[in-house]
Design a protein around this ligand. Structure first.
Ligand code: AKG
Ligand code: FE2
Length: 310
C-alpha cells in the first residue's frame, strides 16, 4: 500500500458546450464521467476559472475567521430536522460547520447572520453562487450517468427528491493538534459529494488496488466529485462508492475544505431496468436517514452490503 500522485481522472467542464445535453462535447464528457465513476468512484472536475478565482478567495478568507468564533456561538448552528448538518468536532484535528439547503438564499442569510450580525454580504453572496454552481454540476453529472444507463426518464424525479447541505471543514495544523489524522478512511453515506479545498493537501482517494491517490488540485476551479454509497445502491453496484480519507500533510498550515453533499430524500430502490442476468439484484431498498442513523447507533461504518445487501 502506498501513496502516489497519479491516476485521478481530470474532467474539464469549463467549455460551455459540454453542459448542453446532446452536444458532442456533452457525450464525450459523459463517457469520461461514467468511466471514472465506475472504475474509481470519483474524478477531478475543472470548472470555469472566471467564476471560481474570486469565490475561492472570498470563501476561504472567511473560513479562517469563521472557525475562530467562540465555541458557544458555533454550537448555535443547529438544524433540528437534520442532525447531520450542524457543528461537529470529530477529533483533535477536525471541526466542521454546515448549512442545510444552501441553494436557498434564506438559509445562507441565516447562517451568515448568526456569525456576522452586522452583515457579511460578500460571504453570503459567494456561498449563494457557490451552491448554485455545485448544484448544477451535481445535476449535470447525475444526468450523464442516468442517460448512460438509459435511465434519463427517472432523472427529473431524482432531482425533485434531492436535498443538499454544505459543510465547511477545518483541519488543524498537525503540530498544534498532535495528530495528522483528519478523517479516517470511509465512503460517504449519501448519493454524491463535491469537495473543494484551500492550498493545503490532505484528501486521498483509495483505488481497487488499495493505492491512495492524493487530490492535488492546482487551480481554484478544481473540485473532487465522488460517488457515495447511495449512488452505488441505485446503480445496482455499477458505480463505485469512493473510499477516501483526510491526512493533513502540512505541519504549519490549517487545511480548509468545502463539501457540497447531495442526499436522496426517502427511499432509494434499484430501477428494475438495471437488473438483468449479468447484473442480478444486489440491494434491497435503502432509506437515506435510516442508513446514516444505523452507523451512528452501531458505532461502526455502515456498508450497503451489510445494511441492504440481497
Ligand atoms: O474535507 C474533506 O476534504 C473531506 C471531507 C469528507 O470526506 C467528509 O466530510 O465526508
Ligand atoms: Fe467523505
Amino acid at each position: 500500500m502506498g501513496t502516489r500522485d497519479a491516476f485521478l481522472p481530470v474532467i474539464d467542464f469549463s467549455k460551455e458546450d459540454c453542459l448542453k445535453p446532446g452536444t458532442s462535447s456533452w457525450l464525450s464528457v459523459r463517457r469520461e464521467v461514467c468511466r471514472a465513476l465506475e472504475e474509481l468512484g470519483g474524478f477531478m472536475a475543472i470548472m470555469p476559472d472566471k467564476v471560481f478565482a474570486e469565490l475561492h478567495q472570498t470563501i476561504f478568507a472567511a473560513l479562517k475567521d469563521l472557525f475562530e468564533f467562540p465555541a458557544e456561538l458555533k454550537a448555535k448552528n443547529r438544524y433540528e430536522e437534520n442532525p447531520f448538518c450542524g457543528h461537529f468536532i470529530y477529533n483533535s484535528v477536525h471541526e466542521s460547520l454546515g448549512i442545510q439547503n444552501p441553494t436557498n438564499s434564506e438559509e445562507t442569510q441565516k447562517f451568515t447572520h448568526l456569525f456576522w450580525p452586522n452583515q457579511n454580504d460578500q460571504f453570503r453572496d459567494s456561498v449563494d453562487s457557490y451552491a448554485k454552481v455545485m448544484m448544477e454540476l451535481d445535476r449535470v453529472v447525475t444526468r450523464m450517468v442516468f442517460e448512460n444507463y438509459g435511465m434519463e426518464k427517472y432523472h427529473d424525479e431524482h432531482i425533485r427528491s434531492t436535498s443538499h447541505f454544505i459543510q465547511f471543514a477545518k483541519y488543524k495544523e498537525p503540530r498544534k493538534a498532535g495528530s495528522d489524522v483528519g478523517i479516517v478512511s470511509h465512503t460517504d453515506k449519501n448519493f454524491n459529494t463535491i469537495l473543494h479545498q484551500n492550498h493545503v493537501n490532505g484528501l486521498e482517494i483509495n483505488t481497487d488496488d488499495d493505492e491512495w491517490i492524493m487530490f492535488d488540485p492546482n487551480l481554484p476551479s478544481s473540485f473532487l466529485f465522488i460517488a457515495g454509497d447511495v449512488f452505488k445502491v441505485w446503480s445496482n453496484g455499477r458505480i463505485r462508492a469512493c473510499r477516501h480519507r483526510v491526512n493533513v500533510r502540512e505541519n504549519d498550515e490549517a487545511r480548509y475544505s468545502v463539501g457540497f453533499f447531495s442526499l436522496k430524500i426517502g427511499v432509494t430502490t434499484v430501477p428494475m431496468e438495471l437488473v438483468d442476468e449479468e447484473h442480478p439484484l444486489r440491494y434491497k431498498s435503502l432509506d437515506q436517514v435510516e442508513y446514516i442513523e444505523a452507523q451512528r447507533k452501531n458505532g461502526i461504518e455502515s456498508t450497503p452490503e451489510a445494511f441492504c445487501g440481497v
